[in-house]
Design a binder for this molecule. Structure first.
Ligand code: C2E
Ligand code: MG
Ligand code: MG
Ligand code: MG
Length: 292
């Protein structure tokens, strides 16, 4: 009887093992395939950037934009950053993607200046591996010098999780960048499970409240409380506060009421190609209307 039970357990164990190894095998293969395609895409210049406006709740004006990487694969079609950024992080490809994004975003913001548009600050997302490379500050400063973009027109977005992974290194790198005028925002604020003390060691320009809280704040009082708390925390530390993922007028009204400074989200615009962003900007400036 005991033998039979042991036998069943072994069988079960073996099956479970086979099940997992097949699953892992497929997952690993998908990753390798994605990594290979991504490598080719980088070489062939198949990445692009989309720009999403950041809008002031007080004036209704566009106050900046976030550059978001886009990848279109000839066979797989559009692949979302949430799928390929982790692959790029693991394989190290994030360094070349990150360099490309930084350069393309700075060059675009400079081109806007050259076209006579008013100065627009462009925000770039930076991932852990990229920030922790030996000379990240030098890479950024060189990119600014080479593209001719004034440092105040570049903003770097970092997540709390990233900062927590090596706070000292991040603070050192950012000390150098903020001294040069580059701005810093904290992305996905509230989702990082990290202590808040790091906030004192960084010259933060803007706290970006994660979209998960914004999505639920009107239906759930707990989420509304978190949004209010984040706004007063940010303001007490002299930071601006932006709400991510704003999709409705009701959300805008509520955020204006509780003192949020800026919004970003589908309500105003999806991330769009640079020419569409230019059109949005001139349209918005011509109307100069309030958002709420
Ligand atoms: P993120 O930095 O928090 O960017 C905001 C994401 O929210 C973007 O997704 C944007 O399209 C999406 N979004 C904007 N408004 C709304 C809205 O109203 N509703 C909803 N549901 N979503 C909205 P995207 O472009 O797919 O990027 C996802 C994440 O991938 C980014 O989150 C960022 O962490 C990462 N990422 C994107 N581009 C880059 C890049 O160039 N470098 C690095 N390292 N990471 C990037
Ligand atoms: Mg971001
Ligand atoms: Mg975010
Ligand atoms: Mg994110």
């Amino acid at each position: 009887n005991a033998d039979a039970a042991m036998y069943r357990a072994k069988e079960l164990g073996r099956n479970t093992f086979q099940f997992y190894s097949r699953e892992l095998g497929e997952e690993a293969m998908r990753r390798v395939d994605l990594e290979t395609r991504l490598r080719v895409a980088i070489q062939n210049g198949r990445l692009s950037l989309a720009y999403q406006p950041k809008v002031s709740l007080k004036s209704g004006a566009i106050v900046g934009c976030e550059a978001l990487v886009r990848w279109h694969d000839p066979e797989l079609g559009h692949i979302a950053p949430d799928r390929f950024i982790p692959v790029a992080e693991e394989s190290g490809l994030i360094i070349s993607i990150g360099d490309w994004v930084l350069r393309a975003a700075c060059a675009q913001a400079r081109a806007w200046l050259d076209k006579g548009l008013r100065p627009i600050c462009v925000a770039v997302n930076v991932s852990a591996r990229q920030l922790l490379q030996q000379d990240f500050a030098v890479v950024v400063l060189r990119c600014l010098a080479e593209t001719g973009l004034p440092p105040e027109l570049l903003e770097i977005e970092l997540t709390e999780t990233l900062i927590a992974s090596d706070t000292e290194r991040a603070a050192e790198t950012f000390g150098c960048l903020s001294a040069s005028g580059v701005k810093l925002s904290i992305d996905d604020f509230g989702t990082g499970y990290s202590s808040l003390s790091y906030l004192q060691n960084f010259r933060v320009d803007t706290l970006k409240i994660d979209k998960s809280f914004i999505a639920k704040m009107l239906s759930d009082s707990g989420n509304a409380a978190i949004v209010r708390a984040a706004i007063s925390l940010g303001h007490n530390l002299q930071f601006k506060v932006l709400a991510e993922g704003v999709e409705t007028l009701e959300q805008c009204r509520f955020l204006a009421e509780i003192g949020c400074d800026e919004v970003q989200g589908y309500f105003f615009s999806k991330p769009v190609p640079s020419t569409e962003f230019e059109a949005l900007l001139s349209m918005r400036d011509a109307q100069a209307q309030q958002l709420v």
